[in-house]
Design a protein around this ligand. Structure first.
Ligand code: KPL
Length: 299
């Protein structure tokens, strides 16, 4: 029974497909907004979990055709947010909510002028999903999805859609700290694995790389402290070690982008850290060096 809201999901990658499929289970109708004009008006997202495939029906549309958006979930890469939003922002209802489920930080500020004061929210999730093919993902591991407002807004009514879904969801009062914490971990792991083209685990087993992780974490801790993210400052070394151990066989998303010759999210990960460091007049030469290396790879 459809008793939830109508969600438009921008971006049909692994997280876009995962969230879209789970929202349909919560009784929501979902339109996936695709890059290419779809051949049909509806389609199925296939989700493989523990060897079982399930299908979820969604509407398919193209940015040039969508109308009257009330609930928008943005799941594109950080560097694509601005362009993707430009295509549909005129179709947002005045009261429409906009949720960003994107890696890194700093993209929401870029699109503020495109929004007519729409309430914005952020989503950060430890659900594990990867793409198998078009509209086909593997839901590899369960995690926690946190949603919050960086503008101090209260938990909205539409949060019920997320609570009704099979995902474990929580309203996060301090979403900025949660986003920063994830960014800090990504700063220590992603660029280094991208430049050295290695699995995450090598950052612990290779002595030279482990020493570099420590240098990066020392700087990240200083910037975190300066920016008021004290918990991240205190735990970054241990948390990075735990994530490296827990994702030892993974290729980081930045390494995957480099291999696929896609632009990386470096400007919204290490770039954001460095802009914060500059504002606080804190030196972060190791992070800067890596940033420059990844940027020169990107161009
Ligand atoms: O979030 C990640 C990423 O690759 O972007 C980590 C945690 C580093 C796992 O690979």
């Amino acid at each position: 029974m459809l008793n939830g809201n109508h969600w438009h999901v921008l971006g049909a990658g692994s997280m876009g497909c995962l969230f879209a499929s789970q929202l349909t289970t919560a009784g929501c109708s979902v339109t996936l907004v695709l890059r290419e004009k779809p051949k049909t008006q509806s389609g199925f997202i296939t989700v493989d979990t523990d060897g079982v495939s399930s299908q979820y029906e969604v509407e398919l549309d193209h940015a040039s055709n969508v109308r009257d958006i009330t609930h928008l979930l943005v799941t594109t890469k950080a560097q694509d947010v601005e362009t993707a939003m430009r295509g549909i922002s005129t179709q947002l209802r005045k009261s429409a909510c906009v949720l960003f489920a994107t890696n890194g930080m700093g993209y929401a500020e870029q699109v503020k002028t495109q929004l007519k004061g729409n309430p914005t929210y952020h989503v950060t999730s430890t659900e594990g999903a990867y793409r198998i093919g078009p509209l086909h993902i593997c839901h590899a591991g369960h995690g926690l999805t946190r949603i919050g407002s960086a503008d101090g807004l209260h938990a909205p009514r539409w949060l019920g859609d997320w609570h009704k879904s099979p995902l474990q969801c929580r309203w996060e009062e301090n979403i900025n700290a949660a986003l920063w914490h994830k960014l800090a971990i990504n700063c220590a792991i992603n660029p280094l694995t991208a430049i050295h083209q290695c699995h995450n685990g090598e950052l612990a087993t290779n002595r030279e790389l482990a020493a570099q992780v420590k240098q990066l974490c020392d700087e990240i801790a200083k910037v975190s402290l300066g920016a008021g993210f004290n918990e991240t400052a205190a735990s970054i070394h241990a948390d990075v070690a735990a994530v490296i151990a827990g994702t030892a066989d993974n290729r980081s998303s930045m390494l995957q982008d480099i291999i696929a010759e896609r632009e990386t999210e470096i400007d919204f990960i290490t770039g954001h850290l460095l802009r914060t460091a500059e504002r606080l007049v804190i030196d972060a030469p190791h992070n800067r060096k890596l940033f420059n290396q990844v940027v020169s790879h990107d161009h």
